[in-house]
Design a protein around this ligand. Structure first.
Ligand code: 2M8
Length: 439
């Protein structure tokens, strides 16, 4: 049974206070992975889901940024590149971290975790941290048009997307200096090229050398990132109400960013990235452009146009959302973020369609279940053949499929997944997650 298998993956990847995305390829804590994982863990161990988020926010920086990787000090430096020696960054908690961020999907996750098992104390604790995360973006990353920039393709979460080919080409590549570790685990034709990595490291090094303050040659307003920011404000409004605070400023900010996105990032049935320096729209066929469907107040005509694009250019009736539109020159069904389907993107668009087009949402839910039934909890899937690619036993694939099985009542989900978790056995859970973020 798929639900049981999903719990097995999550138990196997648990490290005591968080879940690694993959034991070998990604042996530390990743920011947006932890949010997606918490959504799945909430279905069988809400306590574990709360710990997952609190441990991530335990490594929040003083300026509010939530680093995209929190390094496990027990994992050798050579196990992942670029590791802590490259980033040279520490959170106030003392944890070694990276210095860049990822899409802020955490408020959405915190709300889902609360819904699974209401816990006002958890909400009260996480709320100021989530607010600080948004505040960092407003302070450090906001353009005059009111949109948030990312300063590295890794911050988009869709690192190798063809949407970044043009802005990335402007980055002067430097020597990597160290051997890549990812190719020890996954075939080179399913991962970025060495040339991509030379640019990634040059860009990260340049940002590091400004003390993680000034963007280098890459500053882009990404529709997925901005949609996550807007959806976070909507989730923060719900959290604020639940803890007795005023939700109005969050509603207003969600409305403001939605309007700014429509004005500056939308064109012809899809949202696009925009170069923050030149203001030029980076037209592409990335599935990131459909993710604004998660915004609750998107105007109806835009929703309808996005759904038209999803059906036509992304062929979602097949059941999975390709990360880049098939039928384009850049599309590659097996290479990391250049075409294969990912469960997190499909799940986000599924969320956006659940109330607006339940018929299409159901097709996507069936497609995700079919993909993992056919190929296991792989990192990504060929959208046509469902062949699995990237690493195996990938945590967010397990977590989000578990969530949709529970929400859709598919697959005869066992009434007590908690018992499944206990029966499968798990490492000890941390009892307390320290608070390190200064108020
Ligand atoms: C991938 O990114 C990391 C760098 O952050 C890598 O390739 O080493 C991306 O898929 C990213 O979205 C994800 O968070 C991370 C861990 O699953 O892996």
């Amino acid at each position: 049974m798929i639900a049981r298998e999903a719990v097995r993956v999550l138990v196997a990847n648990w490290d005591g206070s968080y879940t690694v995305p993959s034991r070998r390829l990604y042996p530390h804590q990743w920011s947006w992975d932890s949010a997606f994982i918490a959504i799945g863990n909430a279905r069988w161990s809400p306590r574990r889901a709360r710990i997952e988020l609190l441990s991530l926010f335990g490594a929040q920086w003083r300026d509010g940024r939530v680093p995209h990787i929190v390094f496990n000090p027990d994992v050798p430096e050579g196990a992942y590149f670029p590791g802590p020696e490259f980033w040279e960054a520490r959170a106030p908690s003392g944890s070694a971290t990276s210095g860049i961020v990822q899409p802020p999907v955490h408020a959405m996750a915190a709300w889902q975790v609360h819904l699974a098992e209401p816990d006002p104390a958890f909400l009260r604790r996480i709320y100021p941290r989530l607010v600080a995360q948004q505040q960092f973006l407003r302070t450090a990353r906001q353009s005059p048009e009111g949109l948030m920039s990312i300063v590295h393709p890794w911050e988009s979460g869709m690192d190798n997307s063809p949407a970044w080919d043009i802005p990335l080409a402007a980055v002067v590549a430097g020597p990597m200096g160290v051997r890549r570790r990812d190719l020890a685990h996954v075939s080179p034709d399913e991962r970025p090229t060495d040339r991509d990595y030379e640019r990634y490291t040059a860009l990260a090094r340049a940002y590091r050398d400004t003390g993680y303050r000034r963007a280098g040659a890459f500053a882009v307003e990404d529709p997925l990132f901005n949609a996550a920011y807007g959806a976070a404000e909507s989730a923060l409004a719900k959290i604020a109400s639940a803890v007795g605070l005023d939700p109005a400023p969050h509603h207003a900010e969600a409305a403001r960013i939605t309007a700014a996105m429509v004005e500056h990032l939308y064109d012809d049935g899809l949202f696009h990235g925009r170069d923050a320096g030149s203001g030029i729209l980076l037209r592409s066929s990335s599935a990131a452009g459909l993710v604004p469907l998660i915004l609750p107040d998107l105007p109806r005509e835009i929703v309808n146009a996005l759904i038209g694009t999803a059906l036509d250019r992304f062929e979602i009736k097949r059941g999975l959302l390709p990360s880049f539109a098939p039928g384009t020159a850049e599309f590659d069904p097996a290479r990391y973020w250049r075409g294969p389907s990912w469960i997190n993107l499909t799940w986000l668009v599924w969320q956006g369609l659940r109330h607006r087009r339940p018929d299409l949402a159901e097709l996507l839910a069936d497609g995700m279940v079919r993909a993992v039934t056919t190929s296991g909890f792989r990192e990504y899937f060929d959208p046509f053949t469902l062949e699995g690619h990237g690493c195996r036993d990938f945590s967010w694939s397990a977590a989000l499929v578990l969530d949709l099985l529970c929400q859709h009542g598919l697959d005869g989900v066992p009434s007590s997944l908690r018992e499944v978790g206990e029966e499968l056995g798990s490492v000890v859970e941390t009892h307390e997650v320290g608070d390190h973020v200064p108020a």
